[in-house]
Design a protein around this ligand. Structure first.
Ligand code: TEU
Ligand code: CA
Length: 530
């Protein structure tokens, strides 16, 4: 069911780097591209073969790089285009592909195009959406109206995110030409793929009052990525498609659009909105994974296997036990996701069990998405409640500097970082984990090596076989007549009746003999060959 081209992508294991928080080499408290170059051995040891780099283009960093002011140059804090080329060469020399984060929906308000558009200087006049009055009541993702008045131009402009992130008008063919030329610029520099930011918003439906999935969406995606120049490029779209038909329209190979897209259903649990917790069950999360594994395999599509990214509080803290069963839950989750059929995505720090980071002062938070929430709660919630909500849901949980060791600032920098350090870095850091009896990093290494060397895992069929068992998720992989079973027990001791567990035990996160009696410990993972 899957073509050679897609079989090739199934062999990718992608590590997401948020450069600002990865590693600082020049002592300014901000991660940089040379920091990535210096840590490539870590990526090699882990066993990943591709890197997704969050935006590193010139930016005023209102939204930490997702507000681009020059798509063809590197952000001052991260280094130079030469540093970027050194990093690219170092990655490629070690057999690691490079995926850039492409942000087509909006630019920074400091971009030359917007500065000229405000002055109605052709051809930039209509590079953005301008109107004499707001065209609708759309709200910006980071709070407030999505329409901002510009005194200079005497009109309103649309911004789906921060005020400083005006939306580009993709209905303007000049904008689409600019985007194609930017894509080609980076392909010519050797980029192997793109993660595309909010791809579903590049076509809006003003008549239908929808700010995404507009009438020209697939036409525009094909215009950008369905060209001779892009035919071998990997593309993964950030897209809030909720039904398989929409996913097929984006990713079926004959559509000439995207290689795959992120499906978010499984991480939308446990909250009513970004800052408000809600009950969840691992069973319901596993059901979403099972649904999308089944649908993507049935339709010959690539599924993105991911728990974390730069926008989400840590999955381990939200849905696991990040205190006394941190190793067990982190490693069970790794098996639950990365032995499935699709492309694994691992977010920096996940590979050694970094957790959310508790902070008691609002000044310890940085993300633009916190501001509106924080100020909207004044007079409503107690300060301590507001901080609880920020600690629960803020994207800063994923953006605390990577804790490499027990040194000050977690070995991330020699000076105070741009954002207060990860609060548990003395207890949880890579060096300490690698030297511990129960090393999450060592388990990830073993798991990824197992995956890479198993055509069954890479290409095999997938079927959920949990059956009547409670509080666990069991799936089988089948390839050329052979089968393996992956048993993922959830948070409690559990008696699991799974007829196959008399097979050969291939992998487990508990060091004990073959689980013959079906009695599973909390967060126990067991992989059997039938
Ligand atoms: O995120 C867009 C998006 O999906 C939003 O839901 C975002 O996750 C936000 O946190 C909602 O609560 C992309 C990028 O991943 C994000 O970092 C950027 O802030 C955003 O687009 C604007 O570029
Ligand atoms: Ca730096």
């Amino acid at each position: 069911m899957i073509s050679d081209k897609y079989k090739h992508f199934l062999e990718w294991i992608i590590y997401q780097i948020y450069p600002r928080s990865f590693y600082d080499t020049n002592g300014d408290g901000v991660g940089d591209l040379n920091g990535i170059t210096q840590k490539i051995e870590h990526l090699k040891e882990l066993g990943v073969n591709a890197v997704w780099l969050s935006p590193c283009y010139k930016s005023p960093n209102v939204d930490n790089g997702y507000d681009v002011s020059d798509y063809r140059d590197i952000m001052d804090e991260f280094g130079t285009l030469e540093d970027w080329k050194n990093m690219r060469n170092a990655l490629h020399d070690r057999g690691i592909k490079l995926i850039m984060d492409f942000v087509p929906n909006h630019t920074s308000n400091q971009h030359e195009w917007f500065i000229k558009s405000k002055k109605k200087i052709p051809p930039y006049t209509d590079y953005y959406y301008w109107a004499d009055e707001p065209l609708n009541d759309w709200q910006a993702c980071f709070g407030g109206s999505a329409w901002e008045y510009s005194e200079e131009r005497g009109q309103y402009y649309l911004h789906s995110y921060a005020v400083e992130q005006p939306d580009l008008n993709f209905d303007n063919p000049n904008v689409r030409e600019e985007m194609k030329s930017i894509i080609d610029f980076w392909i010519d520099l050797g980029v192997d793929g793109f993660r595309i930011d909010v791809i579903d918003q590049i076509s809006k439906d003003f008549d239908g009052n929808k700010n995404r999935f507009g009438p020209h969406l697939h036409e525009y995606i094909r215009e950008l990525f369905g060209r001779e120049k892009t035919k071998n490029i990997f593309t993964v779209g950030e897209c809030w498609a909720t039904d398989i038909d929409e996913v097929i329209r984006h990713c079926a190979e004959n559509r000439n659009e995207l290689s795959c897209l992120f499906q978010f259903d499984h991480i939308e649990h446990g909250k009513t909105d970004r800052f408000t917790p809600a009950p969840f069950t691992l069973k319901a999360i596993a059901a979403d994974i099972s649904k999308w594994q089944t649908l993507t395999v049935q339709n010959g599509l690539l599924y993105t296997l991911f728990m974390d990214n730069h926008d989400q509080p840590r999955f381990l803290s939200r849905f696991g036990n990040d205190k006394d069963l941190r190793y067990e839950s982190a490693t069970m989750f790794a098996g639950m996701f990365y032995l499935g059929r699709g492309i694994p995505f691992i977010y920096q720090g996940q590979e050694f069990g970094m957790t959310n980071s508790r902070h008691e002062e609002y000044s310890h938070f940085r993300d633009v998405e916190n501001k509106h929430f924080y100020h909207s709660q004044s007079g409503k919630l107690q300060k301590s409640d507001v901080l609880d909500r920020l600690n629960f849901g803020s994207r800063d949980n994923a953006r605390r500097p990577v804790a490499w060791n027990c040194e000050k600032y977690g070995g991330f920098s020699s000076v105070e970082p741009w954002i207060p350090t990860y609060s548990r870095y003395q207890e949880i850091n890579l060096e300490k984990d690698k030297n511990s009896e129960k090393s999450i990093f060592e388990f990830y290494k073993k798991l990824l090596a197992f995956r890479k060397n198993s055509p069954m895992i890479l290409y095999g069929a997938y079927k959920e076989i949990t059956g009547e068992n409670n509080d666990c998720y069991i799936y089988e992989r089948e390839y050329q007549g052979e089968k393996i079973i992956v048993v993922c027990n959830f948070e409690k001791e559990n008696q699991i009746s799974c007829p196959y567990t008399q097979g050969e035990l291939l992998l487990t996160n508990y060091n004990r003999a073959n689980n013959l009696n079906g009695n599973y410990a909390p967060y126990e993972l067991a992989v059997f060959k039938i």
